[in-house]
Design a protein around this ligand. Structure first.
Ligand code: PEP
Length: 249
């Protein structure tokens, strides 16, 4: 039985002091024994956020990492730095990083391998643009993204990875995929993992939906058989996040 994961992606929001205020505001609202909860915070907020969530059910995630072990990579953050700081999850391949910073499937593959080497739980994002959906390319494009990202990753490691299906047209737009659209893609991702690996790996891997998930639509999306949680942008900065975590109450 896969545990649901509700992960907030704070993006480039919240200074360190604002982060502490938000964590305090959400503290009593995000308790749910049946759900894993995580805040993927800006790099500068990681250290105070890890301290602030100590003893609670909330884990801290990063929004990026660099795939080299260490060295002359000004401005980058390594997997070892993240684990030493107490980070549990790390997002990679978010469409904003692909779009604004040129992150490729090959980069994501290197990041995935490095994160797994350091026992971080990767949240690998994939998703299609509106144009690609209209051209009927969604499933093949996402299969391509997944195949390249998982290149060289063993079945044992793959089972621990989290995949987030995030249609680009639904991110930050207020337009949510219908539960049927989201389920169709998440189910196909699971089928593809079974083809790449085996049924057991496909059964264990967690697949999230992301794209304008909110307190109103979360319960329906999360009731779908192959949707194991949500990656939440805008609504993760508000008390609504507590309602999403408690979608089943
Ligand atoms: C995201 O950035 O991963 C996301 C899903 O954003 P939003 O919930 O704001 O659409």
């Amino acid at each position: 039985m896969r545990r649901k994961l509700i992960a907030g992606n704070w993006k480039m929001n919240m200074t360190p002091s604002e982060a502490l205020e938000l964590i305090e505001k959400l503290e009593g609202l995000v308790k749910n024994d049946e759900v894993d909860v995580c805040y993927c915070v800006p790099a500068i907020d990681i250290v105070p956020a890890v301290e602030a969530v100590k003893g609670s059910n909330v884990a801290i995630g990063a929004q990026n990492l660099y795939f080299e072990e260490k060295g002359a990579y000004t401005g980058e953050i390594s997997a070892a730095m993240l684990t030493d700081a107490g980070v549990k999850y790390v997002i990679m391949g978010h469409s904003e990083r692909r779009g604004y910073f040129g992150e490729t499937d090959e980069d994501i593959n290197k990041k995935l391998v490095k994160a797994l080497e350091h026992k971080l739980i990767p949240i690998v994002c994939c998703g299609e643009s509106l144009e690609q959906r209209q051209q009927g390319l969604t499933l093949s494009l996402i299969r391509d993204q997944i195949r390249t990202a998982f290149n060289g990753v063993s079945a044992a490691d793959a089972a621990d990875v989290v995949i987030a299906y995030e249609p680009i047209w639904a991110i930050g737009t207020g337009v949510t995929a219908t539960s049927e659209q989201a389920e169709e893609v998440c189910a196909d991702i699971r089928r593809y993992i079974a083809e790449l690996y085996d049924e057991a790996t496909a059964e264990n891997i967690r697949i999230l939906y992301g794209g304008s998930m909110n307190a109103q639509n979360a319960a329906e999306l999360l009731s779908m058989a192959d949707i194991d949680g949500g990656l939440i942008g805008g609504a993760s900065l508000k008390t609504d996040f507590g309602s999403i975590v408690n979608y089943n109450k």
